[in-house]
Structure formats: structure tokens, C-alpha cells
Design a protein around this ligand. Structure first.
Ligand SMILES: [Zn+2]
Length: 319
């Protein structure tokens, strides 16, 4: 039930938002070009598009902050959102299995960019903690590259170049602006990569092992030589068996793994159980597939990465 005071607050908020909106559209009219409407599938991609697009684009995201992309099911409102877009930015690598159906249902006629196009993909790791429950033979390739490539800043450099190119194609007048913005951001990504290397450098090789909720960090692990073991598979939707969890706990003991990290966008119950049974401390929530709100440490891609890296390095060094 909405209380009268809440309703009033909402109304005030809406009025304020409308005022802000009309100020923006006045500004846009003054510039003669309205911002390019772009939809990104999830918040991390949305942040990259905002950085590259700057004031020339208006970005909406389908999967919001702290939301689990693996559990996403599009609503009619999402169909409406993409219908208004000139560009739809997807991660690709089967991260958005719903996208084709949604664009078809919406009758979307705009462009689609697969932001990960041209990256060096890594295969989806078969988590040792998950029993594979496909009901078909598994000796054929079902194209399962690991989708979580944004966890490696050097792969995100490819994303950013792709986004700049796609925006320039739709808005040639903004090409210089997109180039400038993307080049500045590429420097930030390089700085992030340097930051990560420096943060992990003091961690001895034998201690570079971490437990996380689902297999979201394999690109990060490959880039900085860290082994990530996950209680779930590559999707948060996988259900590990009791036997698999017991094996994970045995491995934690054997390898003296010091750090277990939950995620901002999925359940922590399983990890809490693993932590309790293995006696390992649970670390801070890491950002895997979604940004946080503005008042938490993962509100931008760069912020979430620095936060994750710092937490991981501290956790692995712990005695
Ligand atoms: Zn994921």
C-alpha cells in the first residue's frame, strides 16, 4: 500500500523529473540535434556507452543495477524501451539469450551492436562444483564462450572501440566526440590494468585462489593469474549438487583457500554454507554482472573493478 506521504513524494519527484526533462529537451533543441537513443542490455555496458557517447546519447538499460542478468526475463515495458532506440548494445556470447525474441516481438528496426565482437574469447569453464545436466550429448560445441569478458579491462578496450565505431556510424557529426571520449577512456582502462597488476603483485602464486558464487571471473583470472573456483557454474541459475559442494569444501581445505566472495547480484546462501563448513571468512560482495547504485562502491565500471581488485588482493593475502 502506498501511503499518502509516499504518493506526495512521488508526485513531487515526478514534477521535478519533468522539469529536468523539459530543461534537457530545451537544451537539445538549442543544439538542434536530439540525443541519440541507445539501449544497453545491462548496467555495465550502459556505463561504457554513456562514457563514449557523452551528451550526444541518451542511454537506457534493460537490466538494472544490482540485478542478476542470468535471471532476466524481458517485460512488455522492455519491448517499448527498445522500440524507441536507434542502437541496441548487447554483450553477445550468449549473455542475452532473450534478445532475439525481444527485438522480434517489439518489431525493432534499429541497429544492434555486439560489443564483445572481436575479443579473444575464453571457453566457459565447467565448474567442478556443478554437475552438467544438459539432456543431450555434450561432445558437440554449443558455442559456449564465457560471456563475462568485461572482467578483463584489456577486453573492455575492444568493447569501447566497437561502441565508438557504432555510434559514429549512426551519428557521423559526433564522430570526433566519440573518438575523443573513447581515447580518453582507453587510457583509464590502461591505468586500471596497471592498478590490477600492482595490486596482485604482492600475492604469492600459491595463494592466488578464490571462491566465488558463479563463474564470472575467468577473464580476470586469466589476465592476472588467479584461480577462481565457483560454487555455481557460469550462470547464477545453476544448482550445484550436495556432492559437488562437499568436493568444493574439501578442496578449500586442501588448497588452504583463504577467501570466499559473494556477489552483489545473486544469492549468498550457498556461499555462507560453504564458508561455515570450511571455516573460511566471507569477504565483501564483489560486482560481477551489474553495477551498484550511486552510493555504493560499484557505481561505474572503473569503480567496480578497482573495488573488486582491492577486495580480492586483500582476501588472498589474508592469513
Ligand atoms: Zn554471470
Amino acid at each position: 500500500m502506498m501511503t499518502p506521504s509516499k504518493r506526495l513524494a512521488l508526485k513531487v519527484l515526478t514534477t521535478g523529473a519533468l522539469a529536468a526533462l523539459s530543461a534537457t529537451s530545451l537544451l537539445a533543441q538549442a543544439q538542434t540535434t536530439p540525443p541519440l537513443p541507445v539501449v544497453a542490455s545491462f548496467s555495465i555496458l550502459g556505463d561504457l556507452v554513456k562514457v563514449v557517447g557523452g551528451e550526444r546519447v541518451q542511454v537506457s538499460t534493460l537490466i538494472g543495477i544490482d540485478a542478476d542478468a542470468h535471471a532476466f526475463e524481458p517485460s512488455p515495458a522492455d519491448a517499448k524501451t527498445i522500440l524507441g532506440a536507434r542502437l541496441l548494445v548487447l554483450n553477445g556470447l550468449h549473455f542475452e539469450p532473450w534478445a532475439k525474441k525481444l527485438t522480434q516481438a517489439a518489431g525493432y528496426k534499429g541497429a544492434t551492436l555486439i560489443a564483445s565482437d572481436g575479443i579473444k574469447t575464453r571457453p566457459s569453464p565447467k565448474s567442478r562444483a556443478v554437475q552438467h545436466d544438459d539432456d543431450h550429448d555434450d561432445d558437440h560445441d554449443h558455442g559456449d564462450a564465457d560471456p563475462h569478458a568485461w572482467q578483463d579491462p584489456t577486453q573492455v578496450m575492444v568493447y569501447v572501440k566497437n561502441i565508438a565505431k557504432a555510434l559514429a556510424k549512426l551519428d557521423p557529426a559526433g564522430a570526433d566526440s566519440y573518438k575523443r571520449n573513447s581515447e580518453a577512456y582507453l587510457k583509464e582502462l590502461q591505468a586500471l590494468d596497471d592498478f590490477a597488476k600492482a595490486a596482485f603483485a604482492p600475492v604469492p602464486a600459491a595463494q592466488r585462489k578464490v571462491i566465488t558464487g558463479h563463474q564470472a571471473f575467468n577473464y580476470l583470472g586469466a589476465r592476472y593469474q588467479i584461480q577462481f573456483l565457483a560454487a555455481q557454474g557460469v550462470s547464477t541459475q545453476a544448482e550445484p549438487s550436495a556432492k559437488a559442494v562437499a568436493q568444493l569444501i574439501a578442496q578449500i581445505r586442501k588448497d588452504k583457500i583463504r577467501a570466499i566472495f559473494p556477489e552483489n547480484n545473486s544469492s549468498t546462501q550457498l556461499l555462507a554454507q560453504v564458508a561455515q563448513e570450511s571455516g573460511v571468512k566471507v569477504g565483501a560482495k564483489l560486482y560481477t554482472g551489474a553495477l551498484s547504485g550511486p552510493n555504493a562502491p560499484g557505481s561505474t565500471y572503473l569503480a567496480m573493478m578497482r573495488y573488486n581488485i582491492t577486495q580480492l588482493a586483500e582476501g588472498m593475502k589474508r592469513n
